[in-house]
Design a binder for this molecule. Structure first.
Ligand SMILES: Nc1ncnc2c1ncn2[C@@H]1O[C@H](COP(=O)(O)OP(=O)(O)O)[C@@H](O)[C@H]1O
Ligand SMILES: Cc1cn([C@H]2C[C@H](O)[C@@H](COP(=O)(O)O)O2)c(=O)[nH]c1=O
Ligand SMILES: [Zn+2]
Length: 209
C-alpha cells in the first residue's frame, strides 16, 4: 500500500512538491486508490483540489465515481491548462482519467509540483488495443512515485492488466463500463473472442500443464 512521504515537517525552503501516478487497466482500483489518498489528505486538513476531464460523464457530470460507487466531488475541466488556474494555492491536486488529457498535462503536473504541490494522477496506462494511452507514458516517466494496480481477469480469475473491448468500435475514446469493457489477463486478452468463460479456461490451463 502506498504510504505518503512525510515531508510536512521539513523546513519550508527544503519542501518540494512531487508527482504520484496510479495506473492500470479498467476495474483495477485506480479511482478507489485516488479517492483513498485524497480523502487522507483532506483528513490531514490540507487544501485539496480535484479535477477530471469534462468529457468523462460516464457516472456523473462532476463527481469522480468508482465502479464500486465510491465518490468524491471534483471540477470538470476542458483542457489541462485550466488545472493551473484552478489549483491556486492548494496543497494537493488530484486528477482522474488523465489519459483523456492532451500532452500539455505533463507540463501542467510539472509546474504544479515545482510550485510545491503534491500531484496525484490516475489514468489508464493502455488503451483497448493494449497500446500506451496518450499522455500516460510521459506522466509515468516524470513521476516520483508510480503505482500499478491490477484488476481480476473475468475470464480466468488471474491478475488482469488489459481492458478488453466488447463492442466493435475502433475509436480510441469510447466511454463505457461493463457494457463495453472487461478486465483480462495477457493470455485471455490475446485470445480475444476465442477466450472461453471461466470453466473452459481452467480446464485449458490444466491441460497445458
Ligand atoms: N474484474 C474486476 N476486477 C477487480 N475489480 C472489479 C472488477 N470488476 C468490477 N470491479 C470493481 O471495481 C472496483 C474498482 O473500481 P475503480 O476504482 O473505479 O477502478 P478503475 O478506476 O481502475 O477503473 C473494485 O473494487 C471492484 O468493486
Ligand atoms: C480501454 C479504453 C477505455 N476507454 C474509456 C472507458 C471508460 O469510460 C474510461 C476508463 O475508465 P476507468 O475509470 O479506468 O474504468 O476510458 C476509452 O475511451 N478507450 C479505451 O481504449
Ligand atoms: Zn485470463
Amino acid at each position: 500500500m502506498f504510504i505518503e512521504p512525510s515531508r510536512r515537517r521539513e523546513p519550508p525552503h527544503l519542501r518540494t512538491g512531487w508527482i504520484e501516478v496510479i495506473c492500470g487497466s479498467m476495474f483495477s482500483g485506480k479511482t478507489e486508490e485516488l479517492i483513498r489518498r485524497l480523502t487522507r489528505a483532506q483528513i490531514a486538513k490540507l487544501n485539496v483540489k480535484i479535477v477530471k476531464p469534462a468529457l468523462d460523464t460516464r457516472y456523473h457530470d462532476e463527481n469522480i465515481v468508482s465502479h464500486s460507487s465510491i465518490t468524491i466531488s471534483s471540477v470538470p475541466v476542458q483542457t489541462a491548462g485550466q488545472i493551473l488556474a484552478l489549483a491556486g494555492n492548494c496543497d494537493v491536486v488530484g486528477i482522474d482519467e488523465a489519459q483523456f488529457f492532451d500532452q500539455d498535462i505533463t507540463n501542467v503536473c510539472t509546474q504544479l509540483a515545482n510550485q510545491g504541490k503534491r500531484v496525484i494522477v490516475a489514468g489508464l496506462d493502455m488503451d483497448f488495443a493494449g497500446k500506451p494511452f496518450g499522455c500516460m507514458p510521459q506522466l509515468l516517466s516524470i513521476a516520483e512515485y508510480v503505482t500499478k494496480v491490477h484488476a481480476i481477469c473475468v475470464v480466468c480469475g488471474d491478475i488482469a492488466q488489459y481492458s478488453y473491448r466488447l463492442v466493435p468500435s475502433k475509436e480510441r475514446v469510447l466511454l463505457g463500463e461493463t457494457d463495453s469493457y472487461e478486465a483480462r489477463c495477457r493470455r485471455c486478452f490475446n485470445l480475444g473472442n476465442d477466450a472461453g468463460r471461466k470453466e473452459w479456461a481452467y480446464e485449458d490451463i490444466a491441460n497445458d500443464e
